[in-house]
Design a protein around this ligand. Structure first.
Ligand code: BGP
Length: 461
């Protein structure tokens, strides 16, 4: 038997987000965000036509849900604030939202569950999107105003903040693909969105530090280690470029305070550089993060480009191709590769190239469809596949930590099955099954496993 133990004070818990769990109630002041709008105008894009108003209703059930977190020994929990709930018109604070978030934060603290609060999780308020959203340079001011309100309202108790969850996702899904609103394919606009979101993050960090609050502030990035198909120079270069576009475009400015010179040159070469904001380099250099959240789901398998794209349709994929390793293991429900060692490789990269900044796994999880088929006689879903998925990742994380990785926690995605953007409820990720018909929650076997994991601060295999 091998024992995997983790350091004292290690953070154990799960992540969620406002749009995916809160829901809306009649009479609530929350304004429309891009998800409400996207669903209203294109419901057919959403799995089974289910939009963001169908959630686990955290807005009304948070007290019981926090008790459920406690029941399985969470010592930390991450969720986001809904910008359009807190500031429906972008200016005035919604008192109902303040009451709600105060209660959530206070109940978490009472339950000895450390709140980690994220400011932006894909949910741009619609009135700001109408003015260009992240494309409009005014967004930097609007975001820092929102951040400032949140810090002033909740920063006396919230000791861990993050500016963004996966800022590359709105870029990749909304401006390089047509999955998320505004669903355009335009590399020039994508670059602007990435640049303004990065500056918005830095400005929010500056605002946080000016307030001289006691906590720390970071950013959550989905890092996708890129592996070349072969050792050929061309394949290695392709993997390097994928890393540059999809990881280092946010990782370097967030942690090192500057963009990789090579990325800037490449973007410049194709005349895609955005209009510079005054003092951008200083803003980035003086507002690097205190810590990093890493969402890890899958790697990128990359090979050299076989065909040359038309330059006017340039995207990151103009510089490399994907390939399917015949030996790879896929989660067939989500279609994502399962490659546990990716977590170790990320850890070593942070250690070697990002001055071993403190970081934690802020999301890792396995979405599965039709889990009802695993219900046992006692009504519990026996999700052994999920337990195995987590244990195999934790083994690699443990090894990385033995080798000096500065990791302080592990959060799963997610706590209770939640609404998953376009996939709605197709794939379930939670420790608790959500029955949408009667809003009941039922602990899965992985919930019991997690409870024991935290109690022992480790596991045996
Ligand atoms: C991450 C997001 C989460 C969550 C998760 C699972 O990228 O931060 O919001 O949705 O992925 O992905 P999906 O819901 O698409 O299956």
């Amino acid at each position: 038997m091998v024992h995997y133990d983790f350091p004292p004070e290690f953070l154990w818990g799960a992540a969620s987000s406002a749009t995916q769990s809160e829901g809306t109630v009649a009479g609530d002041e929350k304004a429309e965000n891009i998800w409400d709008y996207w669903f209203k105008t294109n419901p057919e894009k959403f799995y089974h036509g289910v939009g963001p108003s169908i959630t686990s209703d955290f807005y009304q059930q948070f007290e019981e849900d926090i008790q459920r977190m406690k029941d399985i020994n969470f010592n930390s929990f991450r969720t986001s604030i809904s910008w359009s709930r807190l500031l429906p018109d972008g200016e005035h604070v919604n008192p109902e939202a303040v009451t709600f978030y105060n209660h959530v934060i206070d109940r978490l603290i009472d339950a000895k569950i450390k709140p980690i609060i994220n400011l932006f999780h894909f949910d741009m308020p619609m009135h700001l999107q109408e003015k260009g959203g992240w494309e409009n340079p005014d967004i930097i001011k609007a975001f820092s105003y929102y951040a400032e309100q949140a810090f002033k309202l909740f920063g006396d108790r919230v000791m861990m903040w993050t500016t963004f969850n996966e800022p590359i996702v709105p870029v990749e899904m909304g401006y390089l693909n047509t999955y998320h609103y505004p669903a355009v394919i335009d590399m020039k606009r994508a670059v602007v969105v990435a640049y303004h979101s990065m500056l918005s993050s830095a400005k929010a960090i500056e605002t946080y530090r000016e307030l001289k609050l006691d906590g720390e502030i970071g950013i959550i990035l989905n890092l996708t280690p890129s592996y070349p198909k072969s050792e050929s120079e061309a394949d290695i270069k392709a993997a390097h470029l994928a890393d540059l576009f999809y990881n280092r475009s946010f990782l370097d400015p967030s942690v090192l305070g500057e963009y990789p010179e090579e990325l800037v040159q490449l973007i410049d070469e194709y005349a895609l550089l955005p209009e510079r904001i005054a003092n951008d380099a200083e803003l980035l250099a003086s507002n690097t993060v205190d810590f990093l959240g890493v969402n890890y789901y899958q790697p990128r398998r990359v090979k050299a480009k076989e065909t040359t794209d038309q330059l006017e349709h340039i995207t990151p994929e103009s510089f490399f191709d994907y390939y399917e390793d015949p030996n790879r293991r896929i989660n067939p429900h989500r279609g994502w590769e399962i490659y546990e060692k990716g977590m170790y490789d990320i850890a070593m990269n942070i250690k070697q190239n990002y001055h071993n900044i403190p970081w934690y796994i802020s999301e890792n999880g396995m979405g599965v469809s039709g889990e009802e088929r695993f219900i046992n006689d006692d009504g519990m879903i026996e999700d052994d596949y999920r337990i195995e998925f987590y244990e195999e990742h934790l083994k690699w994380l443990h090894l990385a930590m033995q080798e000096g990785a500065n990791c302080f926690g592990f959060h799963t995605w997610t706590f209770i099955d939640n609404w998953s953007w376009l996939n709605a409820y197709k794939n379930r990720y939670g420790f608790y099954r959500l029955n949408l018909e009667d809003q009941t929650r039922h602990m899965k076997k992985s919930g019991l496993w997690f409870k024991e994991l935290v109690k022992r601060n480790g596991f045996d295999t």
